[in-house]
Design a protein around this ligand. Structure first.
Ligand code: FES
Length: 106
């Protein structure tokens, strides 16, 4: 399955992700700049903040329990499509998803 990460400067990177893998893990294992994931995916850091592309927002779904509060701690501006990429798991329903990265995570 595939994910496209689009950096704040517009550069995009297409990576492979396995079923069940989080988008944060997919970004880290493919050296995508712009996702830090300092807490390893336990929803404690907000350095995996991302913006789901508008066209995919419905399929990615809303923030899970507790994610909303952590998004308030994100450094970059929060938008309607903000999610923690560690809480989005790859599945057939979001194969091909496009994720925009904030300018900064710290
Ligand atoms: S990796 Fe820390 S909140 Fe997502």
């Amino acid at each position: 399955m595939k994910v496209t990460f689009v950096a704040a400067d517009g550069a995009s990177t297409l990576v492979e992700a396995d079923e069940g893998e989080s988008l944060m893990q997919a970004a880290i294992s493919n050296d995508v700049d712009g996702i830090l994931g300092e807490c390893g995916g336990s929803m404690m850091c907000a350095t995996c903040h991302c913006y789901v592309d508008e066209a995919w927002a419905g399929r990615a779904g809303p923030p899970v329990d507790g994610e909303d509060d952590m998004l308030e701690c994100a450094t970059a501006e929060r938008r309607a499509t903000s999610r923690l990429s560690c809480q989005i798991r790859m599945s057939a329903g979001i194969d091909g998803i496009v994720i925009h990265l904030p300018e900064t995570q710290v």
